[in-house]
Design a binder for this molecule. Structure first.
Ligand code: ZN
Length: 293
């Protein structure tokens, strides 16, 4: 099958570094190697349309355009500076693969999360705002300017809101289990609050609403902040079941067949990670709909 002009060279880039499972934040790192092994076990890494790429640390000059000097000093003494730079570098690489029309879509592993990292603060296993840094990278090189972020991690993406919440060219679709709800007046910030016991059905109905909003915004690239701590067997809010993540990825792919960059976020359970990441990557690799090569 030849590719048409303007199409990506391959279906999916998976950005992965083994250090995420050894040096990553303890709550997040236990799931990394099992999830990657699951992709191998399912035969997904040998598909002709799939590439595995090794990230490089995010450039510190780039990071300084998103975070303050004092923030970087605090992160540098946290013990997670290197893995945070590499995690941000993973998102940057995933976004750039799409912008360069090499990969149709990307899935980026991390060892530290990003969405609670604001310009000058961090908490909740997050150190550097990986997605904000990736956006800055694409803007710096003028590869893309307008973005949507669909954050389905059940914790509020407060750091992302802090950095990008008043940006007219960023739509922030934010799932969480509290308040606020709805569109913040005069902004592109939309909050989808779900109860702690939210089922797959309720979650997926809101995903439909969020994707409708994303399509109306016409982003050049869509980021998914992919937390599987929303599973009932993991540590965050919502009570999603085993089928939710495949169904989610299929909805995203139907709305946005390409130019979607998944960035891993919360989640600890190796079983849930194998299932959730395995299913998402299967959908992105095209095996679910086409039956494989
Ligand atoms: Zn979370």
């Amino acid at each position: 099958m030849g590719s048409r002009p303007g199409e990506a060279q391959y279906e999916l880039a998976i950005v992965y570094h083994p250090i995420f499972s050894t040096e990553g934040y303890p709550t997040l790192r236990e799931r990394v190697a099992p999830a990657f092994e699951e992709l191998q076990a399912r035969g997904l890494l040998e598909l002709s349309g799939v590439r595995v790429l090794k990230p490089e640390p995010a450039d510190e000059e780039l990071v300084k355009k998103v975070h303050t000097e004092s923030h970087l000093r605090s992160v540098s003494v946290s013990g997670y500076y290197e893995v945070a730079l590499l995690s941000a570098g993973s998102a940057v690489m995933g976004a750039r693969e799409i912008a360069a029309s090499r990969a149709a879509n990307t899935f980026c592993f991390v060892g530290a999360a990003g969405h609670h990292a604001s310009a000058d603060g961090f908490w909740g296993f997050c150190y550097l705002n990986d997605v904000a840094i990736a956006i800055e990278s694409l803007r710096e090189t003028r590869d893309a300017h307008r973005f949507a972020i669909l954050d389905i991690d059940p914790h509020f993406g407060d750091g992302t809101r802090d950095i990008l919440g008043s940006d007219p060219d960023v739509l922030h679709l934010n799932f969480h289990s509290g308040y606020p709800i709805g569109r913040e007046e005069g902004t592109n910030n939309v909050d989808y609050a779900l109860p702690h016991e939210a089922s797959d059905e309720r979650f997926l109905a809101q995903v439909d609403n969020a994707l409708t909003a994303a399509l109306a915004f016409s982003p050049e690239l869509l980021f998914i902040v992919f937390g599987h701590d929303s599973h009932r067997d993991d540590y965050g809010g919502f009570a999603l079941g085993d089928e939710a993540y495949r169904a989610f990825a299929e909805k995203v792919k139907a709305a946005f067949p390409r130019r979607v960059c998944y960035v891993l976020s919360g989640g600890s359970s190796p079983r849930v990670a194998r299932l959730a990441i395995g299913d998402v990557v299967e959908v992105l690799a095209g095996t679910t709909r086409t039956g494989g090569p």
